[in-house]
Ligand binder design. Structure first.
Ligand code: GCU
Length: 338
């Protein structure tokens, strides 16, 4: 009798343990599929530093997408050009090797030549002017145009105005003559510098500091935040404000990746990219000011070109307009007057 009771107790205990274990497994699995198990893990390439406005915008995009897909799409932002130079990244994206990136339009236009018209020198009178163009139907059409080249344009990020900086002051057109100036890996930028009678050298962004330091170039051109974030102000102490270009940035997705996603996920990506752009543009305003302050307090000499001198720089651009927009002069003029 006693033995029977012992056997019953052991069986009840075993059943309770089995029930407890299977309940834990079920709980663990359901947690795993709803929260911690992404369906897609996708890389995002960025060539700026961790605290740069475009990198913070990228992280905002990744966080929004994760939240709105309930953790199904996880985007890993890799900054400091860890995934390669902009040009290498764009090429890989065309085949689906990297899912997302933020790139400078100058670099993208090397692969999507229609974009060149948006980066012609001296065409925007102000930041507001450029945003009227990009936030309107012209900007939307250009985002769509990327699809012909294996990419999907998602949103526009701000990169302010670009100016020259150098080891010797540039106060007028003649000062540029004979100088060696670093440009992006972009034909338009190289031709612009040649039209100003300086010699352009194409150098990847991450190598600009050492090229100036070693005297390979006399200077470069970029916006305030890049000049400061990459410490170029330590090796090129004269910054000439001529605002020759406003080159916006784009958030792009690889079309090979895009085509695998369903329609609702694509809408989420588009919406999150646009929201991250609003955030990035706010950060940009603040960073432009703080970067200038940092450079000025480090002793940088800021040179403001007079209106007349700026006009001389602009007048030198007609050959660039004809070469890159000869067959699109109507569009160029529409943009200038927008
Ligand atoms: C800007 C832009 C970068 C680009 C760089 C350059 O800083 O944000 O994406 O690489 O210009 O001059 O190469």
């Amino acid at each position: 009798m006693k033995r029977k009771w012992i056997i019953r107790a052991v069986l009840i205990l075993a059943a309770a343990v089995a029930l407890f274990v299977s309940a834990r497994i079920l709980l663990w699995r359901s947690k795993k599929t709803t929260v911690t198990d992404p369906e897609y893990v996708l890389f995002y390439a960025e060539n700026q530093t961790a605290d740069y406005p475009t990198t913070l915008g990228a992280q905002k995009f990744a966080d929004l997408v994760y939240e709105r897909t309930g953790g199904r799409i996880k985007i890993l932002v890799r900054y400091d050009a860890e995934l390669g130079s902009e040009s290498e990244v764009i090429k890989q994206m065309m085949y689906g090797g990297i899912a997302f990136a933020r790139v400078s339009l100058s670099q993208l236009a090397e692969y999507v030549p229609e974009m060149n018209v948006l980066q012609m020198p001296y065409i925007y009178s102000s930041s507001e002017h450029m945003w009227r163009v990009l936030d309107g139907s012209i900007g939307d059409e250009f985002l769509l145009k990327t699809r012909d080249y294996g990419l999907v344009g998602l949103s526009w990020y701000d990169a302010g105005a670009r100016n020259f900086y150098s080891t010797e002051p540039i106060k007028c057109l003649e000062d540029l003559e004979g100088m060696v100036i670093r440009v992006q890996e972009s034909d338009v930028m190289a031709d612009m510098v040649s039209a100003l009678k300086a010699t352009p050298v194409k150098i990847v962004y991450s190598d600009v500091y050492s090229a100036i330091e070693r005297g390979i170039v006399d200077g470069a051109e970029n916006n305030w935040p890049s000049y400061e974030a990459m410490n170029h102000y330590n090796v090129a102490g004269f910054y000439t404000i001529d605002e020759h270009t406003r080159v916006p940035e784009l958030q792009i997705c690889s079309k090979a990746v895009w085509d695998k996603l369903d329609e609702s996920d694509r809408r989420v990506l588009e919406q999150c990219a646009r929201e991250s752009a609003v955030y990035q543009r706010q950060l940009w305003q603040e960073r432009e000011k703080s970067s200038r302050k940092i450079a000025e307090s480090a002793g940088v000499t800021v040179i403001e070109l007079s209106k007349d001198e700026k006009m001389r720089f602009r007048d030198a651009m007609s050959s660039v307009y004809t070469k890159y927009c000869g067959d699109r002069m109507d569009l160029l003029n529409t943009i200038i007057e927008y």
